[in-house]
Design a protein around this ligand. Sequence first.
Ligand code: NI
Ligand code: MN
Length: 228
Amino acid sequence: MTVSITWHGHATFSLDIAGTKIVVDPFFAGNNPAAKTAVADVAADYILQTHGHGDHIADTLTLAKRTGAQVICNFEIMNWISSHGHENCHAMNTGGGYNFPFGRVKMTPALHSSGLPDGTYGGDPGGYLLTVSGLRLYIAGDTALFSDMVMIGADGLDLAILPIGDNYTMGPDDSLLALEYLNPKVVVPCHYNTWPVIAVDAEDWANQVRANTSTKPIIPAIDEPFSL
Ligand code: NI
Ligand code: MN
């Protein structure tokens, strides 16, 4: 079974898993300078929240309230979302996995921070390892390079979504080392070119991935789905 994935710019993705729609880190047009799609036009059954920063959560409440989507996030973000009027959350924490109707979700560590836009403590940042439709997908979230990525990749990965923008997260060079640790079949970059401070020549990065790793880079165009 295939999984359809759409990049909306920055770190926001939509996944279609056999008809179940999962939105990762909702940050859409009006808030996200790289996005073309408005949050009002997005469908969601679930929202996967990696951490509490505004460039990941700015449209979460709006999307969750309109669609009724269940927000999968850490415990502290669940409390914040509930206190803002959306009760349908599923709290997890680092290292924990849970079997959802669409597949298994495991929360992975991330080296970053996670404060919420109003200053509320946002718990630890994370990433997600999804086992869905026979595929293993790793969404790193905002993170530095860390050598425990070896364990995340140990059972094989069909896809890794990695930040490459530098400054706030790992940059292009460290992402090459991350690919050595993770060894996914395909890598998709994110968290770059949204603002000048995270400008990256993605084609140059893709050439380095091809030259230095056995992973295939895919640079999706914004709002154009690709399938695995
Ligand atoms: Ni962040
Ligand atoms: Mn970010």
